[in-house]
Design a protein. Structure first.
Length: 655
């Protein structure tokens, strides 16, 4: 058997050396070796399996095969081009030096595409492999890139069309030999008007080239536009130039330079039929030398009045200097740009005031405390002046100014962390509220059916949101919360935090401040502005603290050790279990199943204390053994009606 094995090894060497190297592997597949093992069941156990098969497998572990250049190479070093890529090799567009780059291994060699390998697999060079940035970069250096890419594109189209598959995303080169995705490039041919404009304004031409990647002209000529369009290469026209280049530059968050603004606007005006006033809130030049958004800038009508009020006015002269056509520029700005215009003295005054406030508000963030204090009288003066305008108030001021100002100021206050700025902003907001309380009450104020966190305010505990904040006595609230805080503090019930008095130091008009802050949820006597879960807990805890205080004053010893089914244990001659219920107004009370069971178990030692009229003038109604009292002697939940509480409850007062 050793001789047989040796003979087989020599046969393999013979096949390799005598022109059978491209198909001999088909004679020695692994499946064939397994069949030999299975067929010679007796013989193979002693001779074939231990001797012949192992030596054949060792011999064929990495068999030698001929490369395209006629060298014998290990199969592990072979790369087989598919039919389509073999043509690249034949035309000299790829060679073996490219294989290391594509497969990241050294010493690789091409083998014939029709070589018979049997069941063995080998690396394949496909068209998809050739769509490689590093390979394209190498072809650029070799001067073959145009021919290489042209061959690649036409081969891919032919192959994928025959398989009815969508084309892949491919790389290409632009006019400067930068490698980019094909669908990010454009054809260089431009409409005549674009050529004229870029010729007249060289900066516009440079901008066009910086924003668009044009397909390499030689590649376009060799492949043709029809094929390139299949891979996403796009046509370039002025509409796209306006949409993708000019408009974004003029509407970007960062303003362009003064020179850019001029030639970009000149380009934009060339396409008047594309103008869309709604979208054209563009950067424009103003007479003060700055660039502003057009919706904040005024057309130059009665410039002196506008400039005295500190409003930005369009520098129309700079635009006219481009072509001398003043009327056309003015008409274009009026028709195609979102810009402020004046028509009549009344509308003019209203709009000027609104824009003046907007200008001041935009500067508030950058101003210090003293600068803001200087602004406040001006704001108040404008508000009071507008309020006297009658119809102007209805048409412009009431609609555009107070509520809009309130919205913006609320946002500004919400972002502010400086306490001194905060209460100054709040005073301005109060002036806006005074001018249009109806809009504020309908849209911004806290209501029981509309929950939000309210307005950021100064409190005795720092900066907080206005809901769940209480008025101190300095604001003359209907309920003296400060007094209740003192009364109930010893009973473990804390009321607060309280609104800061800093607002009164800024402006002493107590009644206006109180009404204003009530709008934003600061608590006076209406507990409905508190979120329901918080309100219920507040009323419950208030009631317990108040009952403890009153019972102590009436000679009871009170122990804050709640049991299951009642809230307090009190002693006066006898020990009682007290369940406390709190109500803003006297209303029905329902005992839970646990509380009912406790009442039945305790009998006369069980007291239901209902505290009504919280917080204005609380009254305690005492019902001893309430289950018997109401003739409902059964276990389970049940309701004690309001009239029963009022008629059978014993009123208990302080003192």
């Amino acid at each position: 058997m050793e001789c047989v094995a040796e003979l087989l090894e020599k046969a393999i060497d013979y096949f390799i050396k005598h022109s059978y190297g491209d198909h001999y592997l088909g004679l020695f597949s692994e499946s064939d070796l397994r069949k030999i093992e299975e067929r010679y069941d007796g013989l193979h156990e002693k001779l074939i399996k231990p001797i012949i098969i192992p030596r054949l497998r060792t011999k064929l572990k990495d068999p030698l095969i001929p490369s395209l250049l006629g060298e014998l190479i290990p199969l592990s070093r072979a790369v087989k081009p598919v039919h389509e890529t073999y043509k690249f090799y034949q035309e000299g567009l790829v060679d073996e030096s490219d294989l290391e780059l594509l497969f990241k291994e050294k010493g690789l060699r091409f083998i014939a595409p029709d070589i018979k390998l049997g069941e063995r697999s080998v690396r394949e060079l496909t068209l998809e492999k050739l769509n490689n940035i590093e390979l394209i970069r190498k072809k650029i250096k070799e001067g073959k890139v145009v021919d290489f890419l042209a061959k690649l594109y036409t081969s891919i189209v032919e192959l994928y069309s025959s398989m009815q598959r969508p084309l892949p995303t491919i790389y290409t080169i632009d006019e400067n030999y930068n490698i980019v995705l094909a669908h990010e490039t454009y054809f260089k041919t431009l409409p005549r008007d674009v050529i004229e404009l870029t010729s007249k304004y060289p900066e516009a031409g440079r901008l066009l080239r910086s924003m668009y990647r044009f397909i390499h002209p030689e590649l376009e000529e060799k492949v043709g536009r029809d094929v390139l369009r299949l891979f996403g290469v796009k046509e370039t026209n002025f509409d796209r130039f306006y949409k993708d280049v000019v408009s974004p530059k003029l509407t970007d968050q960062q303003p362009p330079s003064r020179e850019e603004a001029l030639y970009l606007t000149a380009l934009l005006r060339k396409r008047e039929e594309l103008c869309n006033k709604r979208d054209n809130n563009i950067w424009v030049l103003t007479k003060n030398g700055f660039l502003e958004r057009s919706h904040k800038v005024w057309l130059p009508v009665e410039d002196i009045l506008l400039e005295k009020l500190g409003l930005p006015v369009l520098d129309l002269d700079s635009y006219v200097s481009i072509d001398g056509d003043r009327e056309r520029w003015l008409r274009w700005f009026e028709s195609c740009v979102d810009i402020v215009k004046l028509y009549s003295p009344d509308v003019k005054f209203a709009h000027i005031a609104v824009d003046l406030i907007g200008s001041i508000l935009r500067r508030l963030k950058e101003s210090n405390e003293e600068e803001i204090r200087e602004v406040i009288p001006l704001l108040k003066h404008v508000i009071n002046t507008l309020k006297t305008k009658g119809e102007i108030i209805k048409n412009s001021y009431l609609i555009l100014f107070p509520y809009g100002l309130g919205i913006e100021l609320s946002k500004l206050i919400d972002e502010e962390v400086n306490a001194k700025k905060l209460y100054l902003y709040t005073l301005i907001l109060r002036y806006a509220w005074e001018a249009d309380k109806q809009a504020f009450n309908e849209q911004l104020c806290v209501k029981s059916d509309r929950r939000y966190r309210g307005l950021k305010v100064l409190t005795t505990s720092g900066i907080m949101y206005s809901t769940n904040i209480f008025f101190p006595q300095e604001y003359k609230p209907s309920v003296n919360w400060s007094e209740w805080k003192g009364k109930l503090k010893d009973e473990g019930f804390e009321i607060g935090p309280f609104l800061s008095n800093a607002y009164l130091e800024l402006d002493p008009e107590v009644d206006k401040w109180r009404e204003f802050f009530k709008c934003f949820g600061v608590i006076d006597d209406d507990l409905s502005v508190i979120e329901e879960s918080i309100r219920n807990e507040f009323v419950k805890n208030f009631a317990i603290a108040y009952v403890k205080r009153v019972l102590k004053k009436n000679g009871f010893q009170v122990y804050d050790i709640p049991r299951e089914g009642c809230d307090l244990r009190v002693v006066k001659d006898k020990e009682y279990c007290v369940e406390v219920k709190g109500r803003s107004i006297l209303s029905d009370v329902e005992l839970t199943e646990t509380e009912t069971a406790k009442a039945l178990d305790e009998g006369d030692q069980y007291i239901l204390a209902v505290v009504a009229n919280i917080p204005i003038n609380p009254v305690i109604y005492i019902l001893r053994n309430p289950v018997v009292t109401t003739l409902k002697a059964h276990r389970g939940t049940f309701k004690i009606p309001r009239d029963v509480i009022a008629s059978k409850g014993e009123k208990l007062y302080e003192g």
